[in-house]
Ligand binder design. Sequence first.
Ligand code: GLC
Ligand code: MG
Length: 580
Amino acid sequence: MRCTTILLVLVGFQFWLISNGAIVNSLENVDWWQKAVFYQIFPRSFKDSDNDGIGDIPGIIQKLDHFVDAGVDAIWLSPIYKSPMVDGGYDISDYRDIAPEYGTLDDFKKLLEDAHERKLKVVLDFVPNHSSDQHIWFKKSINKEEGYNEYYLWADAKYDSEGNRGPPNNWLSVFQNSGWTWNEQRGQYFFHQFTNKQPDLNLRSKMVQKEMKDIMTFWLNMGVDGFRVDAVPHIYEDEQLRDEPIDPNSGVIDPNNYDYLKHIYTKDQPKTFELVYDWRNFLDNYTAVNGGDTRIFMTEAATNIDKVARYYGTADGSQLGAHFSFNFYLIGLTDYNRPMDIKYTVDAWQSSLPSIYTLNWLTGNHDNHRVASRVSPRNIDGYNMMVMFLPGISITYMGEEFGQEDGEVTCEQGQDPSAVNNCTTFNQTSRDFERTPYQWDDSINAGFNEGAPTWLPVSKKYKYTNLENQREMSRSHYKVYQQLIKIKSLLRSANTLTVYQSDADILQLRRSSEGGDNEYFFLFNMGEDVKTMPIQDVTDEACLVLVSSVDAEYLPGDKIFNEDITLKPGDSFICKLLLV
Ligand code: GLC
Ligand code: MG
């Protein structure tokens, strides 16, 4: 099962014009992260410097100039800690050390130094919900060693009338089946939201809480710029261990499927919000005491939008949580989506998230099929434009800057624990496809390494789709991406967003400044047909094209004035108002 619930819905067919634009973040005093482009690296697949088939930290160091060239502000790294790598590193066996195949603490310090020299921020993934079962804490907890007894969620078995042993309740793992695993040595069950090699830590324990803050301090002292906190909604569970009810609306009939139950006792518990607010205080305090730029706190919470808003903080801002909590509403985009769906999403966010908080936009990550494989190649630029044009933070998953597609992985080659046990559903459930090595160039293994077998196969598509190739072309997805980041900073002065709907296939967004003299338009034909619309549907003045999709008729520098606008399927551009 994919970790992120796909929340996009297709809504009815309607046309109308929204006239009341919503004001987003005021312009003054915008902190670095509020206008930033974050770039997610999955380290195992980024760059393998020592040709052992596995990406590593020296590899990231070698490629730091790529981020400068692309124009991003911050990189966030999926976990780099010591780990048996059962779940791609989201199973940590030592929170204060680096996985040996990725490098050493010294390598990481060098990464920080070299990144900071280039004015790039470095954000670490942090996994407080669970550790690896190989962590020394778990071993000590099994043995009920003094102090460690309560580090994890242990509970007694339940026996039926015939004396058969069963788990304490019906709670399920996000990765299917019971969330409880029996431990013979301790004679109790332990709970795990994910695989049974990832026992859930008990954050009710003061000692575990202290461990977590100490670990954050350890990395902050080294110089990291903040944390992306993993699996936040799953941190606390009901203390009384009550059974969860069946979800009548899920349509799921398999009782071992995570979606079979309504997760009222294992997700988004009141204490989880308290903890998030406490950690924000802790980070703000760290910055206040130690100086320097804001240390960022971003939460991964695939949950209802009202809950996501609560992870940001209370509505009145009296308690702050994450600087932002990922917006997963567009992570399921496909060619079936239409502007209506984007409008629905933008409206949902603008109505649910108090305006003191900063919006964020993304179309992919390491847990979902790549956007370039979910949509036609012709739409790649349009979606990158949308992510950069919408106000707030934009997030790129590595490879999206040049339209890298999913790789080809067979069930036998699969590594993802959420899928490897079931080859019949592998294509739907495996997250290996979006994790194949980054395609740098057309040399052996796409330039990921020097030819050694790679941990997941390099996609055959690399011969045509790779970064270097696109750097050399005069028009390419990458060139568009670079332009978009430059345009994103211009857009900051135009802080009113309006979503128009004059055509069912054309996404039409506008950003304008208070006086209205600074206006930008984004048009994107998401449909299957060539569309023509009078420029008057966009503006009574003229419009200067700043960036356009690779196959669009319009080129940067074109002035559109007194004419019909023609958009082939997939065509998109951003233009700036020109007063005539
Ligand atoms: C998050 C990560 C995912 C991981 C899970 C368990 O959802 O994004 O990759 O499997 O947490 O740590
Ligand atoms: Mg390596």
